[in-house]
Design a protein around this ligand. Structure first.
Ligand code: ZN
Length: 262
């Protein structure tokens, strides 16, 4: 199997050989889009929010200079940082000034871990791995601690943690570390908000919820792997950018069907 490094971790080859939590989430979101990304070379330009997250991460793992060279789009024409990254600087400052945040960030940064689980090889990269203190910490940047996201399928608002699948990610990462190191770590999320001044929180999860999240992954994984390996035909969500781009009309719809898009 491909030996993973910081350089090839996000490569197509790595995604083809390994499952990752973000790839799993892609498949759960839209199988057609996930397949187009893994095997078809279809790319989605990184969102501004993702880049801001990358900027903050780069600061804390000491690679901000490289990040700035690789992403000239974060600067305005006059050479100053764009407004979003000035906000990001404030978010970084907020973390730097808080003793508990800084203590939480102690440990090995951006550690690549591979492990076998549920019938496939996984790759994961945790922001902070601290085996001595038995914890992993992942940083998340959000608009506010109470950020709510509309779930169109379930027809209700969810907390950002649930909407973005972060609790499932924490459950999987805890399992991954346990398989790779035989150590049970506590997964913690360090959330920082884009408010002025930024808010912050260190968040932990109860075992019942983590176990439930893991059981969901075990339940859905066989279908995800069957699609990824070409044994099952990928389903289209008909909602995402990829599905819009590749949509071919085959019928006329009743006007009331538009409610599913609301
Ligand atoms: Zn789709």
């Amino acid at each position: 199997m491909l030996q993973l490094t910081a350089e090839n971790y996000y490569s197509l080859e790595a995604d083809q050989e390994y499952m990752s939590y973000s790839q799993y989430k892609e498949f759960r979101d839209c199988e057609a889009r996930a397949m187009a990304k893994v095997w078809g070379g279809w790319e989605e330009p990184p969102s501004q929010a993702l880049l801001v997250g990358g900027y903050i991460h780069a600061y804390f793992d000491g690679t901000l200079k490289n990040f700035m060279v690789e992403h000239p789009e974060i600067f305005r024409k006059d050479g100053n940082l764009k407004a979003e990254y000035k906000v990001a600087d404030k978010m970084i400052d907020t973390i730097l000034k808080d003793e508990m945040c800084m203590a939480a960030l102690e440990g090995e940064k951006e550690k690549i871990i591979v492990f076998e689980f549920g019938g496939c090889m996984w790759k994961m990269k945790t922001d902070v791995l601290n085996l001595e203190k038995r914890r992993i910490v992942d940083m998340k940047n959000i608009s506010e601690l109470g950020e709510k996201v509309w779930n169109n399928e379930k027809r209700y608002y969810e907390l950002w943690l649930e909407a973005y699948g972060y609790i499932g990610q924490m459950a999987l990462y805890q399992k991954g570390v346990q398989i790779a190191y035989n150590i049970l770590v506590e997964p913690i999320i360090l959330a920082v908000t884009k408010q002025d001044p930024p808010n912050k929180a260190l968040i932990y999860f109860d075992d019942d919820r983590l176990n439930w999240e893991l059981s969901q992954i075990i339940f859905h994984l066989p279908r995800v792997l069957a699609v990824k390996n070409g044994q099952e035909k990928p389903r289209r969500c008909e909602m995402c950018k990829y599905c819009r781009e590749t949509k071919k009309l085959r019928e006329v719809m009743h006007y009331s069907e538009l409610y599913q898009y609301m």
